[in-house]
Design a protein around this ligand. Structure first.
Ligand code: PMT
Length: 325
């Protein structure tokens, strides 16, 4: 078989796997309302009549997807991600003037909360002598900033938050978002920081009720989740600027794997990070260059997302120019 035929056969196989994944997934709850919110958000950030271009819109994915083992789910397999990367990156994108669709795992880190403690409600608030709830002094500035920045982003129509839990919800929402952004061409960005399951139990072969431990050891057959990156890039959003992530625990293979992902899925950039140092440095792998950015250790509260997003926005601007001429 020559290489064109081989590519076509592989493409057909992938399309069939993707169709089978979506056909067997449980329908997304409230999908009509999600679609309405998405289209309103995109319209709000699109060019007003008489002006030639609207705002750039980025879909930031964040947190890990779960794989349920039962339809009435008690047990599930999870993917590691606190959601910090996606949340902090959202703050930076909004600050730079992008509108953000924040597709996040329920219960993970939220935008504008990275300077607050994990149990913010219990740590940041106290009961005054008059039995009123007030912000404790050490957190007063951080809480004020978080609330006002968040309110400004939402009221300004710059932040739309869509939660997911399972791999089924995540991929259905990602597809829907790509459809809603299709008219933006190169002004749309996908920043795929979510940790996405590689294996799943198809809905129609999943136990309905809680699996009983009295039945003895559990044998699980997991199907492979089709990698949607290639379809996203080539079919769902062919003109959008696409950034994916590569997480490894072994630094020796990290850059090589990121390079492979860049080529295989035709990404514009792959952000390579190692589990232990992911908050200190990341390397952005692109076709002609690899750039490592670091958190500024000398600046209190500095994060690695600030230089990362600056670099990516710069490359996105160059991409738009290149597409226009
Ligand atoms: O949330 P934090 O605690 O701050 O941590 C951030 C992070 C380490 C989770 C993040 O920076 C990161 O690296 N996210 C991607 C982790 C991951 O799942 O890597 P991967 O090598 O398995 O997947 C690579 C890419 O393929 C990802 O962009 C993912 O969205 C995509 N993917 C993965 C599996 C799959 N079946 N389909 C996909 O599209």
């Amino acid at each position: 078989m020559d290489s064109t035929n081989e590519t076509l056969t592989l493409q057909k196989k992938l399309d069939a796997e993707i169709d089978s994944f979506f056909d067997s997934a449980p329908p997304l709850k409230d999908s009509a309302n999600v679609w309405k919110r998405l289209t309103e958000f995109v319209l709000l950030n699109s060019s007003p009549p008489g002006e030639d271009r609207g705002r750039r819109i980025v879909c930031v994915t964040s947190g890990g997807t779960t794989v349920p083992l039962e339809q009435r789910c008690v047990r599930y397999i999870d993917n590691f991600s606190s959601g910090h990367r996606g949340a902090a990156s959202t703050d930076c994108f909004v600050k730079a003037g992008y509108a953000v669709i924040f597709l996040y795992r329920s219960g993970t880190c939220q935008p504008y909360c990275s300077s607050l403690p994990d149990d913010a409600l219990l740590e940041c608030f106290e009961i005054s002598n008059e039995s009123k709830i007030q912000v404790s002094q050490p957190y007063s500035e951080a809480v004020k900033r978080a609330i006002s920045d968040h309110q400004a982003a939402v009221a300004g129509g710059l932040l739309l938050k869509l939660p997911f839990t399972t791999i089924f919800e995540y991929l259905q929402l990602l597809k829907m978002i790509s459809q809603s952004l299709k008219d933006l061409g190169p002004y749309a960005v996908f920043y795929l920081a979510a940790a996405v399951s590689d294996f799943y139990v198809p809905w129609n072969s999943m136990a309905v009720h809680k699996i009983q431990s009295a039945s003895g050891p559990l044998d699980l057959q997991l199907n492979q989740v089709p990698k949607m990156l290639y379809v996203l890039r080539t079919e769902w959003a062919p003109l959008a600027f696409c950034i994916s992530f590569k997480l490894e625990t072994d630094s020796k293979i990290l850059l090589e794997k990121a390079d492979m992902a860049l080529k295989k899925y035709k990404m514009h950039a792959v952000v390579a990070n190692e589990l232990l140092t992911r908050k200190e440095e990341v390397t952005v792998v692109m076709t002609d260059e690899k750039i490592t950015v670091h958190r500024d250790k000398h600046q209190p509260g500095a994060d690695v997302e600030t230089p990362l997003i600056e670099l990516l926005i710069d490359r996105h601007s160059a991409y738009i120019l290149h597409q226009e001429f």
